[in-house]
Design a protein around this ligand. Structure first.
Ligand code: SF4
Length: 286
């Protein structure tokens, strides 16, 4: 006998299915017998498995160095516990993914989280789709929200200087954020916003496939590493993230407020340069 769902439950189910479909999961089944003996309920929240954090030695990284399950360094307790499926598993299920496809999946009017209410532009990301180095930050600022590009304000100018000091151009790297819409008053994105938007970041990283990821600031580091530890406790250390090398360092906006910390960040970036085989640019002779 066909079951009739309450409109609110049906709406919730539709939203949840859309969420899975946006992540590339389009095959579903239901246990008909179970539903005959139990009242309808919300779809169960899947267990969220987020990555383990493992310090790694210096040296070239390869996919073969991806951590084996259960063999990594002590797991760092997570802070973000989204209610959807495992973000990382979901990302793996998107076949033939591309930056264009991800952008299309987000859509021009995304309203999946409350950050859509005050944004002007969705800031997707910018840079080379073949970048060996990706910078991940937390979210757009006012300038970025206005222009639709990441890191275009004062902090962006400083990041560009840092990239050039490494002997690269901005167009050589890829820059993106954990959330694509500006949090009001430049506050940190909230866990529910991170949970909604971060699958797109993870897909971006998988498509770009950089050798090195640099997290700019605590939010990016905590999102990718799923840790509650303060960034200063692991800043400048090489960590393994899904077979790639990851380093967290301070956000350029923090450096604008605390210029002495620039020395620490430069030390971190020199490690990144060594990993990527980059030489300091030669000074122009006068
Ligand atoms: S932050 Fe991400 S999930 Fe939220 S509205 Fe913007 S694009 Fe959509």
């Amino acid at each position: 006998m066909p079951e009739i769902l309450k409109p609110t439950l049906q709406q919730k189910l539709e939203e949840r299915l859309r969420y899975y479909e946006n992540l590339g999961i389009d095959l579903f089944y239901r246990n008909r017998l179970a539903s005959e003996h139990a009242p309808p309920a919300d779809p169960p929240a899947a267990t969220v498995e987020l990555p383990r954090v493992a310090p790694v030695a210096q040296g070239p990284v390869s996919k073969a160095q991806a951590p084996a399950a259960g063999k990594t360094a002590p797991h760092v307790e997570g802070v973000f516990r989204p209610s959807g499926p495992s973000l990382f598993e979901a990302v793996d299920k998107v076949h033939d993914d591309s930056l264009l496809k991800i952008q299309q999946d987000i859509g021009p009017d995304c309203a999946r989280c409350k950050l859509h209410k005050q944004r002007n532009r969705i800031v997707f990301g910018d840079g080379s789709p073949n970048a060996k180095l990706a910078f991940v930050s937390e979210g757009p600022s006012a300038d970025e929200d206005a222009q639709g590009l990441p890191f275009v304000g004062r902090a962006g100018k400083l990041l560009t200087q840092m990239i050039e000091a490494m002997g690269l151009q901005r167009g050589d790297v890829y820059i993106c954020n954990v959330v694509k819409c500006r949090p009001p008053e430049n506050r940190a994105p909230e866990p529910d916003e991170v949970a909604e938007c971060s699958p797109y970041l993870l897909r971006q990283i998988d498509v770009i496939n950089p050798r090195v990821i640099v997290c700019l600031g605590a939010v990016a580091a905590k999102t990718l590493l799923n840790t509650t530890r303060g960034i200063s406790s692991f800043r400048g250390e090489w960590l393994d993230w899904r077979g790639r090398k990851l380093m967290a360092t301070y956000h350029p906006a923090y450096l604008l407020r605390n210029p002495p910390a620039k020395a620490d960040v430069w030390k971190d970036l020199q490690k990144v340069m060594a990993e990527l085989g980059l030489q300091l640019p030669k000074k122009k002779s006068s």
